[in-house]
Design a protein around this ligand. Structure first.
Ligand code: B3K
Ligand code: ZN
Length: 876
């Protein structure tokens, strides 16, 4: 793995005009014939050779305009094919033949087999594992695909674009041909073949085109694809209404496969999905599963315009398609569900995943400037922070201004491979606004820290807000410039109404947004007749850490009165943090743990307020996680003390609120058949929160065991099972419930994954032995990414006390697993290893043990580039 630098970008010497691929499928020996038409780009040195990328390839034939190329005219290795002495201007055809072995492809990149189905994954650099090719996103061409395969084994043979035709090919084989007229980069190529069931529907686009919609799943699972189909149709409609984007082929296909390295892939017209994000029914999927399916179906569909029609010039620009498409899927879900609750979930996710990345050794800008392994840059920073950056553009320009910029982007760049600068320029041009300082969000890593303090002067009716910003140093970026930080705000009066100042000085203010652009800035609000309470960074308008020592009374005031429901949740969170961090310190020091009655009162007030939507109240009852508390503590962390402290705070709330929780548990019943809609899901969430608090108060498994037995859907069943397992791991009720669950769902791998996860996250030092024992379970398949993630990934990412054992055994175990997985599936290994990214914030004994484990990995000579890149950056 060489380091690739953004600054070294230059266009290819040769322009690819057309691609014609023929696959003769065979499980271990698939023949790939690639006919590529090129011409030399104008102005390029006539002696420059054509260099094509490969990865573990074997060249079996090479033709130039159908004539064999003499050996003296080319050089070939498994990684590249260089052809010399090519014509100066005229187009020519290169025909490359390779044989590949899909069955032996355990990396799941390129063409591989999953449950007897041929399937591809080409992003970022998987196409070069299929044939020699200019495998980079700025090489766009129309593709014609012919698939030839055993008739009986492959009744379904799919690729991108529109179906041209198919029939018998010879005695035992059939063929199918596809043509994709939209020029695309190789990473969007897909091929699927095998014996699959299908669910069909149609969609009429806004200009009246009928699109055939097909979702392919394993036979017998068709009924579980209904919700995905519904989500797809809603996505297509929404993109027309919100962004004016219409679908552009006569068919849109989704295939669900059971071995997949990530969530899903947006190949043109042929999305390939991890079946976890397609299959759902009330018996087997939770409300969260349904919400994920809706979001991911939408995300991949939205890529058709943001990613496919307009793609990235190079992989440094990844946020151009990912951050933007996440923003679009967030907006979609917000429109389908409760906007405030959706925003709370987004911010929780951002803080628990992206903030630690930005504060640790793997921190990098939303647009990185160098990489060793691009697969390691499909990060929460590129995706989630990238989405927040687009959200800020929308905040700066307003929804209409944002829409105009997007219109210009689609108009100006359709069919192109572009950069972040091209994208930002569209907003600058359409809004007539300079976004130079704002663009630092793309280049400066680290979460900005904004420190606020305020003062009110009754005599002059003046409210003064002093702000200071600091962007922390990150790897390779010791010094930072001040950023343009849009802070949504409201001044809330005594009576709860918003106070409107007669004037504001000290910086730009647009509507309800303060623009913090200097290191230090003082905003002065005049004409404020009584002391207001400032609600700042409402809606999380900027992805920052805000330090603003507001009193418990002020926070409670915001929690009660802000018209932005998100801000009310944020205030309650801010109120809980000092309690939780103090509790962790007290637990560490063996002191008595106490909880501020103001926190208990504020939480119970919101939880018991029937005018508020149940999903919101459930969010209020879900305190910051153990990892969140660790982040707030900032270093020298002891996960056991953090947990003990947090448990004590929960118990205090549970005891004080027992009556409220008993009422909620009874009231929050959903009637009629299960429906995954937001309202019903919200009721289930609040009921399950109430159940958890009641269980803390009652300190017996009886109620949870009863809820488990009574559950008639997976959501209720899982929440009861989780409570039992995490709270009473050794109770006979728990053993019985785990057993009942296993018996009931045995054979349904996705549900058994939940059974693995719930046990992998049982807190405490005993978790490791449990995980080791579960690895011996025949249902655990070490080669399947979903199994590995649900058992080992969940343990490392989601069990702070179990994984971070003081004796370091958790880290040792993980290092062994990484070294086992790496030779087969480096992407999966590298991803799971990032669970240790915050190791430096642990107390010294654990940190030392973590370092030892990382060094064991680092010392292994045969590491993949993926794992080597991660481990070296983590130790740096
Ligand atoms: N674009 C893909 C991710 C590909 C990851 C490659 N290692 C899925 C998505 O973000 O939509
Ligand atoms: Zn994406």
């Amino acid at each position: 793995g060489q380091i690739v630098n953004l600054a070294d970008y230059r266009p290819t010497d040769f322009v690819l005009e057309r691609v014609d691929l023929t696959f003769e499928l065979d499980p271990t020996n698939t023949k790939v014939e690639a006919r590529l038409i090129f011409h030399r780009r104008e102005g390029v040195d006539p002696s420059a050779p054509l260099v094509l990328d490969g990865d573990e390839l074997n060249l079996s034939g090479l033709l130039f305009d159908q004539n064999e190329v003499p050996a003296s005219q080319y050089d070939v290795t498994p990684e590249s094919l260089t052809i010399r002495d090519l014509p100066a201007e005229t187009p020519f055809e290169i025909t490359v033949t390779t044989y590949i072995n899909p069955e032996a492809n355990t990396q799941l990149m390129g063409l591989y087999r999953t449950n007897g189905v041929y399937c591809t994954q080409c992003e970022a650099e998987g196409f070069r594992r299929i044939t020699y090719f200019p495998d980079r996103p700025d090489v766009l061409a129309p593709y014609t695909i012919t698939i030839i395969g055993d008739k009986a084994a492959n009744p379904v043979m799919l690729s991108n674009g529109n179906f041209l035709g198919g029939a018998g090919y010879d005695e035992g084989r059939a063929f199918a041909a596809w043509f994709d007229p939209h020029p695309k980069p190789s990473y969007l190529f897909a091929l699927v073949a095998g014996d699959l069931g299908v669910v069909e529907d149609t969609f009429e686009t806004m200009s009246g085109n009928e699109v055939a919609l097909k979702i392919y799943v394993e036979h017998g699972k068709e009924a579980r694809a209904a919700y995905a189909m519904d989500a797809l149709k809603r996505s297509m409609k929404w993109d027309e209404e919100r962004f004016g984007r219409e679908y552009d082929l006569n068919i849109f296909q989704i295939v669900a496969v059971s071995d997949f390295n990530m969530g899903a892939m947006e190949n043109k017209g042929l999305n390939v999905f991890n079946d976890k994000y397609v299959l759902a029914d009330p018996e087997t999927a939770t409300d969260q599963d349904y919400a994920n399916i809706e979001a991911i179906i939408a995300h991949e569909y939205f890529h058709n315009w943001t990613g496919n029609r307009i793609t990235c010039r190079d992989w440094f620009q990844l946020c151009l398609k990912e951050g933007l498409t996440v923003f679009r899927d967030h907006e979609f879900s917000a429109d389908m569900r409760s906007r405030a609750v959706k925003r709370i979930a987004e911010v929780r996710h951002l803080k628990s995943e992206q903030f630690p990345e930005d504060a640790g050794p793997l921190a990098h800008p939303v647009r990185p400037t160098k990489y060793r392994e691009i697969n390691n840059f499909y990060t929460t920073t590129v995706y989630q922070k990238g989405s927040e950056v687009t959200r800020m553009i929308s905040t700066l320009l307003g929804q209409d201004g944002f829409k105009s910029g997007m219109d210009l982007y689609f108009e100006r760049h359709d069919g192109q491979a572009v950069t972040v600068e091209d994208y930002v320029k569209c907003f600058e041009d359409s809004a007539g606004r300079d976004l130079k300082q704002f663009s630092l969000w793309y280049s400066q890593a680290g979460t900005p820290l904004v420190t606020a303090s305020s003062e009110y002067d009754q005599a002059s009716g003046t409210f003064t807000l002093s702000l200071e910003q600091m962007v922390p140093a990150t790897p390779g970026q010791p010094d930072k410039l001040p950023m343009h930080i849009p802070l949504s705000f409201s001044l809330i009066s005594d009576n709860g109404a918003a106070a409107t100042p007669s004037s504001v000085t000290g910086g730009e203010v647009t509507g309800e947004v303060l623009h913090l652009t200097e290191r230090n800035q003082i905003f002065v609000f005049k004409g404020i007749s009584s002391r207001p309470v400032l609600s700042l960074n409402r809606g999380f308008s900027a992805p920052i850490n805000l330090q603003f020592n507001q009193s418990a009374a002020d926070l409670a005031h915001i929690a009660r009165h802000d018209t932005d429901l998100f801000a009310r949740w944020q205030a309650l969170t801010d109120l809980s943090i000092p309690n939780l961090t103090q509790a962790a310190r007290d637990a560490r020091d063996g002191k008595e743990i106490t909880c501020d009655p103001a926190l208990i009162a504020a939480i119970l007030e919101a939880a018991g307020d029937d005018t508020l939507e149940p999903a919101f109240r459930s969010q209020v009852l879900t305190l910051p996680s153990e990892a969140d508390i660790g982040r707030e503590l900032g270093g020298n962390n002891d996960p056991d003390a953090i947990r003990t402290g947090r448990q004590a705070i929960i118990s205090a709330i549970a005891t004080a609120g027992a009556q409220t929780f008993a009422r909620l548990f009874d009231d929050m019943q959903t009637d009629g058949a299960y429906s995954p809609d937001a309202e019903n899901a919200g009721k289930r969430a609040l009921r399950s929160s109430a159940l958890a608090y009641l269980t803390y108060a009652e300190a017996t498994p009886a109620r949870a065991a009863g809820a488990f037995a009574a559950a008639d859907n997976m959501t209720d069943q899982m929440s009861a099972l989780t409570l039992l397992a995490h709270h009473f791991p050794d109770a006979p009720e728990t053993a019985k419930a785990l057993d009942t669950f296993l018996t009931r769902f045995d054979g349904n791998a996705l549900v058994i994954d939940k059974w693995f996860s719930v046990q992998a996250t049982i807190p405490g030092a005993g978790a490791l032995d449990r995980v080791k024992a579960l690895m011996e379970n025949p249902r655990f398949i070490a080669g399947n990414p979903n199994r590995v993630r649900s058992l080992i990934g969940t343990f490392a990412f989601g069990n702070p006390t179990g994984f971070n054992r003081r004796d370091g055994e958790g880290y040792k175990f993980l290092a062994e697993r990484i070294l086992e997985i790496d030779p087969k599936n480096p992407q999966l290994a590298a991803r799971i290893l990032t669970s240790m990214r915050s190791w430096r914030s642990l107390e010294p004994q654990r940190a030392d043990a973590a370092r030892d484990a990382l060094m064991t990995i680092e010392r292994t000579p045969t590491l993949s580039t993926d794992v080597r890149d991660i481990v070296e950056r983590m130790l740096k």
